[in-house]
Ligand binder design. Structure first.
Ligand SMILES: Cc1ncc(COP(=O)(O)O)c(C=O)c1O
Length: 463
């Protein structure tokens, strides 16, 4: 075994991570240049391992986006805490298959402990089950799969055995501004997007309770309601206590998509946002977003472990399944069969930050969001559109000719080309907006200040 490649990767990684805060955020290579660098015919024979690793680094470097760095504010990507990166290296080194306890005892127990810690950190009921999935998409899928099982079982229908053909109609009620992964999960689940009944939102993208009530009253039978902790644009939170009250009165299951915002539950300063969160039936979130664990790391929690397990568990004679309740087989709670031991990253992050450290990280990012809003909003011709509830800032650039959408898009493009920071745009309530998402552990006030300067420079150059 050539162990020199590990030393090379370790020393390169130290250089890369140490310089991450200083490097240009956007890549420099074009798609053609990257194809050229990675391209060529399928090699007939393998090559020398050190050259391959060196060439990989050389080819990738100009095409890397500094998403893990402190001035990346696009898409809610989040960074990666050093301890979490180190744990992920170990997960690759150990190469455990965390599907079964018998194949990966240490990995499954680390997940079990981290899962319990997470329930406590997020204030969720301690009897909940959990799964360490690949991301928010699969967390929503898993939560909704448990929901589908549960609400149909109550009608005497076994969806695991009988599927959906001939099943009672199942309604899914969701916000008109739900995340795209909700509809995609419904497609995976055979429910289709036509099963969605959309509920109007208020001016900040929260579901309107009167509209939810009307939607619930319009029909009957098995029903799932999805709510949101952290709207993808405004960052708004649905009012979980009220959503749960009306939905549960109609015997509906409440699933919370908290890919970004569930972490706010770890901050005492955000208590008001998450009132009643613990009354829902399932929750989805991403460790690879605001917890700052490397990709790909999502989490699902479920208040009805029997339905969660019924929807996910699997048996095969050649496997060695957990002998009893003392062992936990992750494949009973996950859509995957074999899988990497991604729980190590979450476990180590929780140890590195502790309860207070997670809360402080959330509060720091919120303070940065307020600073962005305060500085940009103070400039003539720049408007902040949303209430800053967590980490999201929506900015609009007003044009003298009245074409605010066009100017907003031009400013976004100019900021991306400038390279000081990176952010992107969105459509919110019919208008183009610049969308700033702050979710990186290493972002400092100075990073925010230089990024605001870059945005103002770009705005001045694009009147
Ligand atoms: C609210 C919300 N839900 C779900 C997702 C999907 O998460 P992932 O990209 O980890 O699958 C996202 C991602 O941005 C999100 O913001």
């Amino acid at each position: 075994m050539n162990t020199r490649i590990f030393e090379r990767v370790a020393s390169y990684s130290v250089e890369f991570l140490s310089a991450l805060g200083k490097r240009r955020v956007s890549p420099t290579a074009t798609v053609e240049e990257l194809r050229e660098a990675f391209g060529g015919p399928l090699p007939e024979r393998g090559a020398d391992s050190e050259s391959i690793i060196n060439e990989l680094i050389e080819a990738a470097e100009p095409g890397l986006m500094a998403t893990a760095g402190p001035r990346f504010f696009g898409f809610v990507i989040g960074g990666a805490l050093p301890e979490a990166v180190a744990a992920e290296w170990l997960a690759s080194t150990w190469d455990q298959n965390a599907g079964l306890y018998v194949a990966a005892p240490a990995a499954t127990v680390a997940e079990e402990v981290a899962g319990r810690w997470l329930l406590e950190l997020l204030g969720l009921p301690d009897h909940c089950s959990f799964g360490f999935v690949t991301g928010g998409q699969m967390a929503n899928f898993t939560g909704l799969a448990a929901a589908r099982h549960h609400v149909l079982a109550r009608e005497g229908w076994d969806v695991q055995a009988s599927g959906l053909q001939g099943a009672p109609d199942l309604r899914v009620i969701a916000s008109e501004e739900r995340h795209a992964t909700i509809g995609r999960a419904l497609r995976y689940l055979g429910l289709g997007t036509d099963s969605l009944r959309l509920v109007e939102t208020d001016g900040q993208s929260r579901m309107r309770l009167d509209a939810l009530q009307t939607a619930l009253e319009e029909g009957s039978g098995p029903t799932i309601v999805t709510a949101e902790a952290g709207n993808i644009n405004s960052g708004a939170f649905d009012r979980f206590d009220e959503v749960c009250d009306v939905a549960h009165a109609a015997k509906a299951w409440v699933h919370v998509d908290g890919a970004v915002g569930l972490w706010a539950a770890a901050s005492p300063g955000c208590r008001d946002l998450v009132t009643g969160l613990d009354g829902a039936d399932s929750w989805a979130t991403d460790a690879h977003k605001w917890l700052n664990v490397p990709y790909d790391s999502g989490l699902v929690f479920c208040a009805h472990p029997e339905s969660h397990k019924a929807a996910m568990s699997v048996h095969a004679d050649y496997l060695v399944h957990a002998a009893d309740e003392r062992e936990r087989d992750p494949m009973d709670w996950n859509p995957e069969f074999s899988r990497r031991a991604r729980g190590f990253g979450v476990y180590v992050t929780l140890r590195a930050l502790g309860r207070s450290g997670v809360g402080e990280m959330i509060d720091r990012c919120r303070a940065h969001a307020w600073l962005f809003a305060e500085r940009l909003g103070a400039e003539p011709g720049i408007e902040i559109l949303n209430e800053i509830v967590i980490n999201q800032v929506l900015v609009r650039f007003m044009a003298e000719n009245g074409d605010h959408d066009d100017r907003t898009r031009r400013v976004i493009k100019a900021v991306q080309e400038d390279g000081t920071c990176w952010l992107s745009g969105s459509k919110w309530k019919g208008s183009d907006v610049m969308r700033i998402s702050i979710s990186n552990w290493s972002t400092t006030t100075e990073d925010v200040e230089v990024s605001v300067d870059a945005i103002l420079r770009s705005a001045a150059a694009n009147p």
